[in-house]
Structures are given as structure tokens and as C-alpha cells.
Design a protein around this ligand. Structure first.
Ligand code: NAD
Length: 282
């Protein structure tokens, strides 16, 4: 058996085209502010890709690049201004932040209605409560890819590897809300291979290159690889040993070309959602 490879690029292109159509009929273009502090090379690439994708969808995106020595107070002041700016519907602060800036203070300063990453505690709380809200883009993209794979989520055993507040925890909440039976694994999980074998859906988000091996995957399981890891030879790989898992899984996402493009498309979707909510034109 060879797994079906889920084409995240194609799915993201479809979603982006739909978003561009929705934007075209809005009276005013949605406004997205992307804030990048410092010069982390990976963050710079992510921000450039988000900027480009937003422009292509007709979103009025403003990317604000601040030096690495920007004080927390100055960043909070900028967020205050963006919160008050009627032309800005959505605010994204690219993570990670420099060590002298406290991530929680920054996220909590963003108006939850403009929190397009869905990281504000009010939005995460609403998500856990099963209420409509701005949902973190990567887990939202994963749910869309599961739908693409034709994988019914309700009633299945799902394993999420990684418990970060931006990927693993919201992912587990979304799967729980969709009626999966969810196990949330992490660095202290005792027997990860066995947890994997029991799962019909495996979501890998640990940031460990090719950690999930082929013989960890139950026959026909759906495997979604969130990980992005740069090897010493420069290659980009996920958390899943892709070629090994191909002969075990029923469907699998590649890296690159899987979850990454969907994350950006979901950011655009969240921006339009925030704009239509705020302007009362849903
Ligand atoms: P993180 O470092 O904040 O969290 C990693 C989690 O993995 C932790 O909860 C940790 O307990 C768990 N973990 C670490 N080693 C483990 C092990 N050996 N076994 C089991 N669990 C283990 O990372 P994050 O921000 O959640 O990101 C995870 C990965 O996803 C990274 O590779 C990141 O680059 C990638 N990512 C991709 C996208 C995308 O759009 N594709 C978006 C966000 C993050």
C-alpha cells in the first residue's frame, strides 16, 4: 500500500482563490498589520510569504519591521496604536520574540477581535469552550487538510505530538470539538511509538526531524506533519520520516508543501473573518 500524498499547496491555492473572491466584493479591503521584531532569518521568510499572499488576495497588508533591541514598552505602544486604528482589522506579531520581550504580555495586549493568530487567552478559551472564534492558523489548516483527505474525524483515535500553546494544544481542542478521541503526547510521554500505532490520525508537531518512523504508523492511518526542521545539509524535513511512512499510512502530508501553505491561507481567511465581524458585514 502506498499512501495518498495530500497536496497542501493545491489546497491552499484553492482556499486563497476563494478568499480573493470574498475580498473583491467587500466595500473596503481588510487591513492586516504584521509585526516582525528582530532579524531571525526563518521569521523573515515567514513574514515575507505572509505579506505576499495577503497582497495577492487583495488584503491591505502593512508589514512593520522593528529592530531586535525594540523595548517591550515600545512594542506594546505600537500594538495599542494598531488596536485603535480603524483601518486595521487584524494584527499578527511574528513569534518568536527576542528574549527580553515577554510573549504573553504582547499577545494579551492585542485586541482579541483583531487577534488573527488566535493566540489571545480569550480566543483560546473560546476555542476550548467550543464557541466560534479566531482559531490558530496552523491547527485550522490541519483540520482543513483532514477534510481534504476525506478522513472522518468523529469517533476516531487521534494523536497530537507536541503540546505548545500555538500548535499542539489548540490542535487537540479542535479535534476534541470535532468528536475525535484525542491523546496529547509530549516530550515526557512514555511510549510514543505505541501511542502512534493506536492512532488513526497522527498530527506531528514536536520540531524533531523525522522522529516518527514508518513502523510507528498503524495501517491506513492519516499522518499530518506540522514540523519544519532544517538539516545540516540544508534540506527541509518534517517530524515524520516521510518515505518510510508512505508504505504504512493511508494519507500523508509532505514537508514542504503540506501544512505550511495552509497555515498562510488560513491567516488570510482569519483576516477576512476579523474584518467582516468588526464591520458587521458577515
Ligand atoms: P515547540 O518547541 O513550542 O513545542 C514542541 C512540543 O513538542 C513540546 O510540547 C514538546 O513537549 C514536544 N516534544 C519535543 N520533543 C518531543 C519528543 N521527543 N517526543 C514527543 N514530544 C516532543 O514547537 P511548536 O512551535 O509547537 O512547533 C512544532 C513544530 O512545528 C516546529 O518544527 C515548528 O517549526 C513547526 N511549525 C510549523 C508551522 C507550519 O505552518 N507548518 C507552524 C508552526 C510551527
Amino acid at each position: 500500500m502506498t499512501a495518498r500524498v495530500i497536496d497542501g499547496r493545491a489546497e491552499a491555492a484553492l482556499l486563497r482563490a476563494q478568499i480573493a473572491e470574498r475580498v473583491a466584493v467587500l466595500q473596503a479591503r481588510p487591513g492586516l498589520a504584521v509585526v516582525l521584531v528582530g532579524d531571525d532569518p526563518a521569521s523573515a521568510v515567514y513574514v515575507r510569504n505572509k505579506d505576499r499572499a495577503a497582497k495577492a488576495a487583495g488584503i491591505a497588508v502593512e508589514t512593520l519591521r522593528l529592530p531586535a533591541n525594540t523595548s517591550q514598552a515600545a512594542l506594546l505602544e505600537l500594538i495599542g496604536r494598531l488596536n485603535a486604528d480603524p483601518a486595521i482589522d487584524a494584527i499578527l506579531v511574528q513569534l518568536p520574540l527576542p528574549a527580553h520581550i515577554e510573549r504573553r504580555a504582547v499577545i494579551e495586549a492585542i485586541n482579541p477581535a483583531k487577534d488573527v493568530d488566535g493566540f489571545h487567552p480569550a480566543n483560546l478559551g473560546r476555542l476550548v469552550d467550543g464557541m466560534p472564534t479566531l482559531v490558530p492558523c496552523t491547527p485550522l489548516g490541519v483540520m482543513k487538510l483532514l477534510a481534504t483527505a476525506g478522513m472522518p474525524v468523529a469517533g476516531t483515535r487521534a494523536l497530537v505530538i507536541g503540546r505548545s500553546p500555538i500548535v499542539g494544544k489548540p490542535m487537540a481542542a479542535l479535534l476534541t470539538n470535532a468528536d475525535a478521541t484525542v491523546t496529547l503526547a509530549h516530550s515526557r510521554t512514555r511510549d510514543l511509538p505505541e501511542e502512534c500505532r493506536r492512532a488513526q490520525i497522527v498530527i506531528a508537531a514536536a520540531g524533531r526531524a523525522e522522529m516518527v518512523r514508518g513502523d510507528w504508523i498503524g495501517r491506513g492511518a492519516t499522518v499530518i506533519d506540522v514540523g519544519i526542521n532544517r538539516l545540516e545539509d540544508g534540506r527541509l524535513v518534517g517530524d515524520v520520516a516521510f518515505s518510510e511512512c508512505l508504505s504504512h499510512a493511508g494519507a500523508i502530508t509532505p514537508v514542504p508543501g503540506g501544512v505550511g501553505p495552509m497555515t498562510i491561507a488560513c491567516l488570510l481567511e482569519n483576516t477576512v473573518l476579523a474584518a467582516t465581524h468588526r464591520r458587521g458585514r458577515e
